[in-house]
Ligand binder design. Structure first.
Ligand code: DQA
Length: 186
């Protein structure tokens, strides 16, 4: 039942995991809404450019696990820990910045593999600093064993912790670390 006097927003209502918060999607904008129910912590898991190609992209560097498979492992572990994982990927820097900004008020922490933007984006680091949520930076490969330009991260300075070189396991470890960082709700 719509509230009298309030115009319903066009768009769809989507839960980001069934607990706590969802979004009303109206055009290109997402509006966070509280759906009621138990207040599990929500962790946003953000993936940057070319990570959609995992599985076929340089398997000697990144392994053969696909991003969908990593997502399934993250969601399973998050479920065991009573955390809601909201897993996303984009090749666009602006999407990552929008999602980080939206996380303020809708999520409790962020696991971030910004991929190549790690080494170039002051704007993503600024967004992380602005929202003030705990961020764990993850890289599948050990960036310190690779080219010199990958040794510098704009994000590590604003991250709570950094996990590199453990493939998809790094994401699962980040979920476990985040679950112990975040205060228990409810
Ligand atoms: C990466 C490392 C980055 O240097 C690279 O640009 C990526 C993936 C990793 O997960 O190992 O795209 O973030």
């Amino acid at each position: 039942m719509p509230t009298p006097g309030r115009r319903a927003l066009p768009g769809s209502l989507r839960s980001s995991g069934g607990l706590g918060y969802g979004h009303i999607i109206a055009g290109k904008r997402r509006f966070p809404v509280h759906l009621g129910g138990s207040m599990a912590s929500t962790v946003l898991v953000l993936n940057g450019p070319n990570l959609n190609l995992l599985g076929m992209r340089e398997p000697d560097v990144y392994g053969t696990e696909t991003l969908d498979e990593i997502q399934a492992r993250v969601e399973a572990r998050a479920g065991e820990l009573g955390v809601t994982a909201d897993f996303r990927q984009s090749n666009a820097e602006g999407d990552l910045i929008e999602w980080i900004q939206e996380a303020q008020g809708t999520a409790d922490g962020i696991i971030l593999n910004a991929a190549a933007f790690t080494h170039s984006s002051v704007a993503i680091a600024d967004a992380v600093e602005a929202v003030g949520l705990p961020v764990i930076e993850v890289h599948l490969s050990n960036v310190f064993r690779r080219e010199r330009f990958r040794h510098h991260s704009h994000l590590s300075r604003v991250a709570r912790g950094v996990i590199v070189g453990l493939g998809g396991d790094g994401y699962v470890l980040a979920v476990e670390a985040m679950a112990s960082i975040l205060p228990r709700k409810g």
